[in-house]
Ligand binder design. Structure first.
Ligand code: ADP
Ligand code: MG
Length: 379
């Protein structure tokens, strides 16, 4: 991974030889004047758990609905398992979709809800019984088979909906905000269950979420959408460490953003003069820009160190005063007012609380970071 400023083609899995399981080619969807999905190319491999992340209205559900066959693309085409889906109706696609509302039948038992699709498909009775029982065991709902949906908690209803979506053994499962109705703690537990089930079945999952922590936890790869476009695709770590632009940097976790002016640009390092930061920022890679150009710099709060005494370095160090401290148990978040007037966030793990490591409101401090800590983003 060299410089973050060189743009890489968005959406391709990067050198994978295997034919993609899902191929989205130049897909656009217009509703009148609204461009809900704008020229998206994306490959997804078999057995991937891929997350589509983006704010409300960014086009996530529309893209999912085109994969399911509920909407027709205005342009482009979708291939699933090598087959062109153009003109293939929803019920003939090897795809199932789980909706946020779960849409369970209220008058049917849990087991009848799960069996419903198999009965309609004419699967023999004995086989239905076995597949439903196996699937309810997998989602840990075996003991609730005879209950009605209203006798279940939100988390239990979510698991029944998952069982119902998986019992027909789709090759591709689409999940639109699957955990949206659950409270935070249950949501986190269910994320791990979902990952376990996905790994066990090997079904390809595409999960839509607006929650970046959820995407970071679940995904093998993720794509960030904004205004109908796919702005970056990569593993959670790639997106966090090497965001393609300011939007992704801010969307994926907390970040301190600065503007700087490029004053030196060599293959192995670059320097930016940064008035807001109050120092010269040195990064350990070239940025292929022009001298004098304005660039954006992103520094994650956990990449910044605090010290009472000035560290022995001239660059990547700037003085300030502790403005606010939030103790979060395993870590503390500090707001530091730099001498330039700019407020930045710094997080430190609460490993050892010996004298030199305690920072309180009003303390004078030095903020510093290493050459690999700042990411240069295209201006
Ligand atoms: P997301 O799921 O990311 O919140 P959507 O895909 O639901 O976003 O919507 C993307 C854009 O397309 C929004 O501006 C939305 O209002 C519009 N849109 C979605 N469905 C329709 C529709 N059936 N008719 C008109 N506009 C729609
Ligand atoms: Mg949506």
């Amino acid at each position: 991974m060299s410089s973050a400023i060189e743009t890489q083609p968005v959406g391709t899995a990067g050198g994978a030889d295997a034919a993609p399981f899902v191929r989205i080619e130049g897909i656009t969807k217009r509703f009148g004047a609204i461009v809900a999905v704008n020229r998206i190319d994306l490959d997804i491999q078999r057995s991937e758990l891929f997350c589509l992340l983006g704010g409300s209205g960014s086009g996530k559900s529309t893209l999912l609905r085109m994969l399911a066959g509920f909407e027709q693309p205005s342009e482009g085409r979708i291939l699933i398992d090598g087959q062109d889906m153009t003109g293939v109706p929803a019920y003939e696609r090897p795809v199932n979709m789980m909706f946020q509302s779960y849409a369970l039948f209220p008058h049917m038992s849990v087991s009848d809800n799960v069996a419903y699709g198999l009965r309609r498909g004419g699967v023999p009775r004995a086989e239905i019984r076995k597949r439903v029982a196996d699937m309810l065991d997998m989602v840990k709902m075996g003991d609730y088979a005879q209950r009605r949906p209203h006798q279940l908690s939100g988390g239990q209803r979510q698991r029944v909906a998952l069982a119902r979506a998986l019992v027909k053994q789709p090759k591709l499962l689409l999940l639109d905000e699957p955990l949206g109705a659950l409270d935070k703690k249950l949501r986190e537990e269910t994320q791990f269950e979902l990952m376990k089930i996905q790994a066990q079945l090997g079904t390809t999952f595409i999960v839509v979420t607006h929650d970046q922590d959820e995407a970071m936890t679940l995904a093998s790869r993720m794509g960030v959408m904004r205004d109908g476009r796919l702005v970056q695709v990569g593993g959670p770590r790639d997106l966090y460490e090497f965001p393609a632009d300011r939007y992704v940097a801010q969307f994926i976790g907390a970040v301190n953003l600065f503007d700087g002016v490029l004053i030196e640009d060599e293959p192995g390092h670059a320097r930016m003069r940064c008035e807001e930061a109050g120092c010269v920022i040195h990064v350990g890679h070239g940025v292929t820009g022009t001298l004098g150009q304005t660039v954006h710099l992103a520094i994650r709060p956990e990449k910044i160190n605090l010290a009472h005494d000035r560290p022995a370095q001239d660059e990547n160090v700037t003085p300030g005063t502790i403005d606010e401290v939030a103790y979060l148990g395993n870590l503390s978040v500090y707001q530091v007012r730099l001498d330039t007037g700019r407020l930045i966030h710094v997080t430190l793990p609460n490993l050892d609380r010996h004298e030199g490591n305690v920072f309180e409101i009003g303390n004078r401090v030095y903020c510093s970071w290493g050459p690999a800590s700042a990411v240069v983003l295209p201006a």
